[in-house]
Ligand binder design. Structure first.
Ligand code: FAD
Length: 467
């Protein structure tokens, strides 16, 4: 059973699809299969078909698509790789799914300044493949191979955020097509700026509701001289989390520190053949000079052992590290597939580090009373963790049970001064949670911004909040 979505389609004015086709030719598609692909998502929601899909190849294409849609009052939903998890790309008011994936060029790489400029449709793995021989890398790595435009629009992060930050820190500036069809630039290549309102950060995380991102300037980082990755099993979840907290108190600059509970370890063993002991486990990665890394490792090993940690299993060769992190990135699919034929639902919260253990342990206890199998995994160095449920689509009570657990987890995180989502975003799934977190008055400020920038409510209507 999927979660049904309220669709409030706007009527298409006569001749609209003909005008779109006349401008875009074969890059405008109305076939059922391509519309279904753009109207479904990785989330638990039913498919909602757009009226058409337009594949943009340039900023001019985006401007023209926005202008044709605005003149007709038709909604536009920007689309990257469609990997977002809260129904972000579902065209709930119909209209055009504007696919940016063909705008995938790297426009420049500036080695001396550690930055690059890209089009929005390039995927994170392709960008790093492009950078491979440059000695630089782009660290933000959501589990999916998402587009940089989609990642900017959801303020994404991943396993490296603990050391390198999220898309909020990674983006220096954007090129954006406004709902009025104007092309604006929100920043330069300067590392910092005090020049007026921070428009870059306004668009980052705006989920395609304020403008279409057509260019992105990103910070890059030098590939560290030494990299070591390891896994370590723990007697208890509490011991694993305490190790993370103590490592922070000792200022260990860890690059990655990820928690998998015992059920999640079983899932990755089944999918990726890692052969890890089925216990709560931390995945670590250390970056730095050889001496610096060895100091970090020694300190973390002693912290782990005083908290019930077992032997460290090292992945020293690059291919072993890649295998380990690929398994981590595929954890979602591994967890869903614990039950053949199941559908997945994943959700995330983020809390202050001092409340992390309490929040995870209370959530695990709650999950243990739930009939639907669920794993816990997380970017615990940021206080951010996820649940992945493996739901029987033929048992409608399971979705209701999962929603109740999710609701309780969000309430728990908010009571700890945390947030209802550390990285997945709001979309259609967490709109009430956003109000619970910030209050109606704060969400009203967001509505005021939306009305000012997009008075005709053309861009991704019905997402983040109801107007
Ligand atoms: C297995 C799996 C693991 C994941 N792990 C993580 C994780 O660790 N961390 C994390 O943060 N997320 C994670 N995600 C969620 C997802 O990958 C991110 O939300 C990602 O940023 C979405 O990028 P996308 O290219 O798929 O965007 P889409 O899903 O296509 O779009 C996302 C939103 O951005 C808007 N948008 C897309 N492109 C543009 C543009 N050019 N201009 C304006 N708006 C645009 C869309 O309208 C939509 O609202 C995971 C997802 C999966 C399936």
């Amino acid at each position: 059973m999927q979660t049904s979505v309220q669709r409030n389609s706007r009527p298409l004015p006569p001749g609209f699809l003909d005008r779109l086709s006349a401008r875009f030719g074969p890059a405008c598609q109305t076939g059922e299969a391509v519309r279904a692909q753009h109207g479904s998502s990785e989330s638990q929601y039913d498919t909602v078909l757009p009226d058409a899909v337009v594949f943009a190849t340039s900023t001019e294409d985006v401007v023209d698509c926005v202008n044709v849609c605005r003149e007709a009052g038709v909604a536009i939903v920007p689309y990257g790789a469609g990997t977002s998890l809260e129904g972000h790309t579902l065209p709930i008011e119909g209209g055009v799914s504007l696919d940016l994936s063909r705008m995938d060029a790297v426009l420049s790489v500036n080695h001396a300044d550690f930055d690059c400029s890209v089009q929005p449709g390039i995927r994170r793995e392709a960008l790093n493949a492009h950078l491979r021989d440059s000695g630089l890398f782009f660290p933000i790595d959501p589990g999916a191979n998402a587009t940089i435009g989609g990642m900017a629009s959801t303020r994404a992060s991943g396993t490296n955020a603990v050391r390198y930050g999220t898309m909020r820190e990674a983006v220096l500036g954007l090129e954006v097509v406004t709902p009025q069809g104007k092309v604006i630039r929100t920043g330069t290549r300067a590392k910092k700026s005090a020049a007026g309102y921070d428009l870059t950060r306004l668009y980052i995380g705006s989920e395609g509701t304020l403008g279409v991102i057509t260019g992105i300037t990103l910070r890059l980082h030098p590939v560290p001289e030494a990299i070591m990755a390891a896994t370590c099993p723990f007697d208890t979840l509490a011991g694993a989390i305490e190790t993370v907290v103590q490592a922070f108190h000792c200022s260990v600059p860890m690059a990655r520190i990820e928690l998998l509970d015992a059920m999640q370890v079983r899932a990755v063993n089944l999918r990726s053949k890692l052969g890890l002991p089925e216990a709560p486990t931390l995945f670590f990665e250390f970056h730095g000079t050889p001496n610096g890394v060895s100091e970090q490792v020694d300190l973390v090993k002693s912290l782990a052992s005083s908290n019930g940690g077992g032997d460290f299993q090292w992945a020293t060769l690059a291919e072993d590290r890649n295998r380990l992190w690929r398994a981590r990135h595929e954890s979602y699919y591994a967890a869903v597939n614990l039950r053949p034929g199941a559908v997945g639902l994943t959700t995330d919260v983020c809390v202050p580090m001092s409340r992390l253990a309490e929040c995870i342990l209370a959530t695990r206890a709650d999950l243990d009373t739930c009939s639907v199998p669920a794993t816990i995994l997380g970017h615990v160095g940021d206080g951010n963790f996820h649940l992945v449920f493996s739901i029987d689509p033929n048992a409608p009570h399971e979705m209701a049970e999962v929603e109740a657990v999710n609701h309780r987890m969000v309430a728990r995180a908010l009571a700890m001064d945390g947030t209802c989502t550390g990285e997945h975003g709001v979309g259609i799934g967490k709109q009430q949670c956003l109000i619970d977190e910030l209050g109606e008055d704060a969400v009203d400020v967001m509505r005021t911004l939306k009305r000012a920038l997009d008075p005709e409510n053309l861009l991704n209507p019905g997402k983040i909040f109801q107007l």
